[in-house]
Design a protein around this ligand. Structure first.
Ligand code: SF4
Length: 389
């Protein structure tokens, strides 16, 4: 079925995965039926009771689905035959075909997945990252996508270049974790919602997926090990503050004044810095946690001394930590990564200003890790797509 050569660790690996027997048929089935991976435990109980089956069967079913990772109702041997038949008639499983896998020297692995309607998304597995958001070390972090494409058009980002196509369903978000674990043979310990798309623009499905990913009957990843990254949708940040899960929040800030931020992030016109900072303050007070500002350093755009001083001001205002990320070049875009001495000078100002800050010389730089790049490369070569899938 799936070629396993990508597990080669220290060697740059690149290969495509194609022709997975029977997967295409299953994908068509998925689009016709509802996926069981989209349901919460209470949702499944409700459906079962509507179908004349007792609610306790839901726990048994989810044991098969999330503990044993079975994707075939007929294999659920402790369920009565009539229930197995009904489940098969009513539900499918999440489905995605891995069409390309990239592995890098530092073992970051990037999966390009084809969904049931043919849409392509990326999900990236990053091992042994230092703890950037949570308290514990991020042993195996998965960077998850939430939309196909993105409407927000941040100027440095590959995902926004082709615009937005659609939101991912709950099962398609959860399915990335299941697929990455199955392909890598690793268990994911941390999630960052930082892949393709703006997670807070797909709010309902994001919350549905968080519940399943966190629940003991589901994937069982601690909420504090999940980080939602947003370009700055102030109203949804306030909504996220009201959900019971202690998920972490990261803001793609990238500019500490309206003038600079507006140049890079069109969303700033709708939610200017003052309203974004108010929402951040609300989130940290409500959740009693520190948020993180992501700051991509781009030469000549936001890496000057005055930019660093402005960043000190805004970070101190909401007591945020700052993660600086030297820019990853994107094909088709002109921005540049600043020289290391400029990066160091910038970091020095943050430190002097009393801001907790780190610089992340990003893993996966050599495999087009900036979001959306792999998908763009793939889409640019439609002939190749036809050959592989
Ligand atoms: S950085 Fe995030 S919000 Fe901005 S265009 Fe890219 S995917 Fe969308």
């Amino acid at each position: 079925m799936i070629k396993k050569g990508h597990e080669t660790r220290l060697e740059r690996a690149y290969f495509d995965v194609g022709g997975i027997l029977g997967e295409d048929e299953r994908m068509q089935e998925v689009s016709a039926k509802g996926s069981i991976h989209a349901l919460s435990l209470s949702g499944l109980k409700e459906r079962l009771s509507g179908l004349g089956h007792p609610g306790y069967r839901a726990e048994q079913i989810f044991k098969w689905v999330y503990e044993k990772r079975v994707e075939d109702f007929e294999s659920m041997s402790n369920l009565p035959a009539d229930l197995r038949g009904t489940l098969g008639d009513q539900f499918s499983f999440h489905a995605s075909i891995p069409v390309r896998v990239l592995g890098s020297e530092d073992t970051t692995r990037k999966y390009l997945l084809k969904l049931s309607d043919g849409a392509l998304i990326e999900t990236v597995l990053i091992p042994a990252n230092p703890a950037l958001y949570g308290e514990a070390s991020d042993r195996m972090t998965l960077c998850v996508s939430t939309q196909v494409g993105c409407a927000y058009g941040c100027k440095f980002c590959a995902s926004g270049l082709d615009g937005w196509s659609r939101n991912l369903g709950v099962d398609e978000i959860v399915g990335q974790v299941l697929r990455a674990e199955a392909l890598s043979g690793e268990s994911v310990s941390n999630l960052v919602f930082m892949g393709m798309g703006e997670p807070l623009a797909n709010f309902a499905n994001l919350i549905g997926a968080l519940e399943i990913l966190n629940a003991p009957w589901g994937v069982g990843i601690g909420a504090r090990r999940m980080t939602i990254s947003t370009s700055g949708l102030a109203p949804q940040i306030r909504m996220l503050a009201e959900i019971p899960l202690q998920v972490r929040l990261a803001i793609s800030l990238h500019g500490a004044t309206d003038e600079v931020r507006q140049q890079i992030m069109p969303v700033n016109r709708k939610y200017p810095l003052a309203s974004l900072l108010d929402a951040c303050e609300y989130y940290s007070q409500r959740k009693k946690q520190r948020i993180t500002f992501e700051y991509i350093l781009i030469e000549g755009v936001n890496d000057r001394r005055e930019d660093a001083l402005a960043l000190v001001d805004v970070a101190r205002k909401v007591d945020a930590k700052v993660n600086c990320i030297p820019y990853n070049s994107v094909e088709g875009l002109d921005w540049k990564r600043p020289r290391e001495d400029r990066q160091d000078a910038f970091m020095g100002i943050l430190k002097k200003g009393g801001v907790t800050s780190t610089i992340r010389r990003e893993k996966g730089h050599d495999i087009a890790a900036a979001c959306g790049q792999l998908r763009r490369q793939k889409m640019a070569s439609t002939e190749e797509v036809a050959k592989e899938v």
